[in-house]
Design a binder for this molecule. Sequence first.
Ligand code: UDP
Length: 495
Amino acid sequence: YSINNTTTTTTTTTTPSHVVLVPLMAQGHIIPMLDMARLLAERGVLVTFITTPVNASRIKPIIVRVHESNLPINFIELPFPCAEAGLPLGCENLDLVPSKDLQLNFLQAIQLLALPFEQRLKNLVPRPTCMINDMWNPWAANVARSLNIRRLVFHGPSCAFIYCSYVFQLHKIYETVTDEFEEITVPGLTDVFGQSFKVCRTHAPGWSNAPGFEKLREKVLQGEETADGVVMNTFDDVEPMFVEAYKVVVGKDVWTVGPLCLYDKVDDLSARIVRGNKTAVDQEKLLCWLDSMEENSVLYVSFGSLTQMNVGQILEIGSGLEASEFPFIWVIKDVEKCPKVEKWLEGFEKRMSLRSFVIKGWAPQTVILSHKSVGGFVSHCGWNSTLEALSNGVPMIAWPQFADQFLNGRLVVELLRIGIAIGVKKPVFYYDEDEIRVRRDDVERAVRSLMGDGEEAEERRIRAREIKEKAIKAMEEGGSSYENITKLVEYIKHY
Ligand code: UDP
């Protein structure tokens, strides 16, 4: 297979089953789909993975590894229509969208990929037999229809979120609800935390419920309804009641195939270090620092790829970490860096030199979470981050920001009981100028409670280790996700 900007050639002599993967251009969606591409390819399916120039350059090291290991994956780069959608040049990933006002433009830009996508697929040899598209790419449905191939939807978020959003929209339950924080009982669930399960509109569907998103949401729902099946990055032991309820309501094949992050083995550092993007740290330095720390003593603080915090909130977090007295790794995004933050960090890093490791930019998250010194994770509860914590047995402080993160946080705190809630309720994507949501004292208190040696903390650690074992088992031969991947491969091959 040749991997090339514009050309895709295949040198196989037989005609294998051929699946096309169409991720949403966002880190939390590309990363698990890339894991899935490799899993399917290892099981003998030819995979075509759709990307764009900027995203391809981020995952270049993985593309090279795929190429070197002869995995049958072709990468197709479609030019991203930034100019047509009123986006700055190179704004090809959701984490590059500079402001709230342009988010919808970004999601609309993706819809414009349909035409070039269809043209490329028509010329592929062998012709694709199946497509798996992210739910946020409902435009792929028409392309699958015109090629007359099967189409499955991929869900990156937790099934809890997908199920709640789905039934609420399906039954138009929110239409009569004016208070977005009003807690409504979710239909179709009997026993979640030993009682009925309630959510509010601002937590599910939340983010995409904003004005202007209506048409797109409608299309997303249609895309899900017309799909031939659903693939989910979750595993049966983590949220079984939601998976069961979702299967009933959606009425089609549902394959739970996660945690996909376990595709890269814990000891394969060279794979983990390039996961998703070019890391901003020196691997040796990071590992050397981690190795020098006591087991379970380090707190990892990171809020995924999208949330952008302001200076005030960043300073509160830092001050809380300082007061907590535990060692920590703290990730500050490139977009969060500004002269004021940089200046403040100078003094902070000096004071914290013995017990801090500040990463400015992209962190090798799964390398960090799988290290034995890491004993806690302050997280926004993005579903990938949550699965990565579960897969490595790391207890969490749940500080959700938007989208599925509030429900994911509840799974972590209330259902799995491996975390502490920081206590926020209102979603946020970009922190406003003067907004401080969590004060330093609350950060300190939560960190002390998670990382301390009290009985509750110890019990949390034990439960986290148990769920880690279950996650690993799910992906091993005979495990639920492993078997579902087998069924998914059979499905793809059959059609
Ligand atoms: N991630 C990473 N390094 C970073 C930030 C994020 O490796 O510095 C990865 C993280 O491990 C996860 C993904 O990016 O796989 C983020 O997905 P998630 O669903 O947790 O959150 P989102 O970014 O979608 O809010």
